[in-house]
Ligand binder design. Sequence first.
Ligand SMILES: [Cu+2]
Length: 134
Amino acid sequence: MITRIVRLALVLLIAVAIAPALAADLKPIKTQKAKQVTVSLLSESGQWTQGKNTFVLEFTGADKKPVDAGKVTLSTAMAMPGMAPMVAGATLEPDGPGRYRGSINFPDRGDRQVTVAWDGAAGKGSTKFSVPVR
Ligand SMILES: [Cu+2]
Protein backbone atom coordinates (compact mmCIF):
# COMPACT_ATOMS: atom_id res chain seq x y z
CA MET A 1 0.00 0.00 0.00
CA ILE A 2 2.70 2.47 1.01
CA THR A 3 4.86 1.58 -1.99
CA ARG A 4 1.87 2.10 -4.26
CA ILE A 5 1.35 5.60 -2.90
CA VAL A 6 5.06 6.33 -3.19
CA ARG A 7 5.05 5.09 -6.78
CA LEU A 8 2.00 7.23 -7.61
CA ALA A 9 3.63 10.23 -5.97
CA LEU A 10 6.78 9.65 -8.04
CA VAL A 11 4.80 9.42 -11.28
CA LEU A 12 2.99 12.66 -10.44
CA LEU A 13 6.24 14.36 -9.50
CA ILE A 14 7.84 13.36 -12.81
CA ALA A 15 4.76 14.51 -14.77
CA VAL A 16 4.83 17.89 -13.02
CA ALA A 17 8.57 18.22 -13.70
CA ILE A 18 8.31 17.32 -17.40
CA ALA A 19 5.21 19.34 -18.35
CA PRO A 20 6.83 22.80 -18.11
CA ALA A 21 9.94 21.55 -19.92
CA LEU A 22 7.81 20.48 -22.89
CA ALA A 23 6.14 23.89 -23.00
CA ALA A 24 9.40 25.76 -22.45
CA ASP A 25 10.53 25.61 -26.08
CA LEU A 26 9.44 29.23 -26.41
CA LYS A 27 11.66 32.07 -25.24
CA PRO A 28 10.34 35.49 -24.28
CA ILE A 29 10.80 38.32 -26.76
CA LYS A 30 9.02 40.76 -24.46
CA THR A 31 6.87 40.65 -21.34
CA GLN A 32 4.73 43.70 -20.77
CA LYS A 33 2.52 44.41 -17.78
CA ALA A 34 -0.65 46.29 -18.56
CA LYS A 35 -3.42 47.24 -16.13
CA GLN A 36 -5.22 43.92 -15.62
CA VAL A 37 -3.10 41.58 -17.72
CA THR A 38 0.45 40.64 -18.56
CA VAL A 39 1.15 40.34 -22.28
CA SER A 40 3.94 37.94 -23.25
CA LEU A 41 5.42 37.80 -26.71
CA LEU A 42 7.30 34.53 -27.24
CA SER A 43 9.06 32.65 -30.00
CA GLU A 44 11.44 29.74 -30.48
CA SER A 45 14.42 32.04 -31.05
CA GLY A 46 13.36 34.68 -28.50
CA GLN A 47 13.75 37.45 -31.04
CA TRP A 48 12.28 38.95 -34.18
CA THR A 49 14.40 38.99 -37.31
CA GLN A 50 14.12 40.47 -40.79
CA GLY A 51 11.66 38.53 -42.94
CA LYS A 52 8.84 36.29 -41.81
CA ASN A 53 8.44 35.58 -38.10
CA THR A 54 6.11 33.29 -36.21
CA PHE A 55 5.39 33.90 -32.53
CA VAL A 56 3.02 33.27 -29.66
CA LEU A 57 1.17 35.96 -27.76
CA GLU A 58 -0.05 35.10 -24.25
CA PHE A 59 -2.34 36.94 -21.84
CA THR A 60 -2.14 36.11 -18.16
CA GLY A 61 -3.73 37.57 -15.05
CA ALA A 62 -2.20 38.50 -11.70
CA ASP A 63 -2.39 34.80 -10.71
CA LYS A 64 -0.30 33.90 -13.83
CA LYS A 65 -3.25 31.95 -15.22
CA PRO A 66 -4.39 32.52 -18.82
CA VAL A 67 -7.12 35.10 -19.30
CA ASP A 68 -9.60 35.37 -22.14
CA ALA A 69 -8.41 38.39 -24.12
CA GLY A 70 -11.08 37.96 -26.81
CA LYS A 71 -10.44 39.92 -29.97
CA VAL A 72 -6.73 40.70 -30.20
CA THR A 73 -4.64 42.73 -32.63
CA LEU A 74 -0.90 43.32 -32.87
CA SER A 75 0.48 46.09 -35.03
CA THR A 76 3.97 47.48 -35.43
CA ALA A 77 5.43 50.77 -36.61
CA MET A 78 8.97 51.79 -37.39
CA ALA A 79 10.01 55.43 -37.45
CA MET A 80 11.81 56.17 -40.73
CA PRO A 81 13.70 59.49 -40.99
CA GLY A 82 12.18 61.77 -43.63
CA MET A 83 9.34 59.44 -44.55
CA ALA A 84 6.11 57.97 -43.23
CA PRO A 85 6.53 55.25 -40.59
CA MET A 86 6.67 51.69 -41.86
CA VAL A 87 3.72 49.78 -40.49
CA ALA A 88 3.13 46.03 -40.33
CA GLY A 89 0.32 44.08 -38.73
CA ALA A 90 0.38 40.51 -37.49
CA THR A 91 -1.96 37.70 -38.41
CA LEU A 92 -3.25 36.14 -35.20
CA GLU A 93 -5.08 32.88 -34.59
CA PRO A 94 -6.53 31.78 -31.24
CA ASP A 95 -4.62 28.78 -29.80
CA GLY A 96 -6.17 27.91 -26.46
CA PRO A 97 -7.13 30.10 -23.51
CA GLY A 98 -5.32 33.44 -23.53
CA ARG A 99 -3.01 32.22 -26.26
CA TYR A 100 -2.62 33.28 -29.90
CA ARG A 101 -0.34 32.10 -32.69
CA GLY A 102 0.90 34.91 -34.87
CA SER A 103 2.96 35.66 -37.93
CA ILE A 104 4.40 38.93 -39.15
CA ASN A 105 6.75 40.06 -41.89
CA PHE A 106 9.47 42.67 -41.48
CA PRO A 107 11.15 44.01 -44.64
CA ASP A 108 14.06 45.50 -42.69
CA ARG A 109 15.83 45.56 -39.33
CA GLY A 110 15.39 48.15 -36.60
CA ASP A 111 13.27 48.94 -33.58
CA ARG A 112 9.52 48.52 -33.82
CA GLN A 113 6.91 50.20 -31.70
CA VAL A 114 4.47 47.38 -31.01
CA THR A 115 0.84 47.94 -30.08
CA VAL A 116 -1.21 45.05 -28.71
CA ALA A 117 -4.94 45.58 -28.19
CA TRP A 118 -7.54 43.22 -26.73
CA ASP A 119 -11.25 43.15 -26.07
CA GLY A 120 -12.69 40.18 -24.20
CA ALA A 121 -13.72 38.74 -20.85
CA ALA A 122 -10.45 40.06 -19.37
CA GLY A 123 -11.59 43.56 -20.29
CA LYS A 124 -10.62 45.96 -23.01
CA GLY A 125 -7.19 47.48 -23.23
CA SER A 126 -4.01 48.09 -25.15
CA THR A 127 -0.32 48.38 -24.46
CA LYS A 128 2.73 49.61 -26.35
CA PHE A 129 6.32 48.44 -26.17
CA SER A 130 9.45 48.39 -28.28
CA VAL A 131 10.95 45.30 -29.91
CA PRO A 132 14.12 45.24 -32.01
CA VAL A 133 14.09 43.41 -35.34
CA ARG A 134 17.57 41.95 -35.74
CU1 LIG B 1 11.92 50.46 -41.74
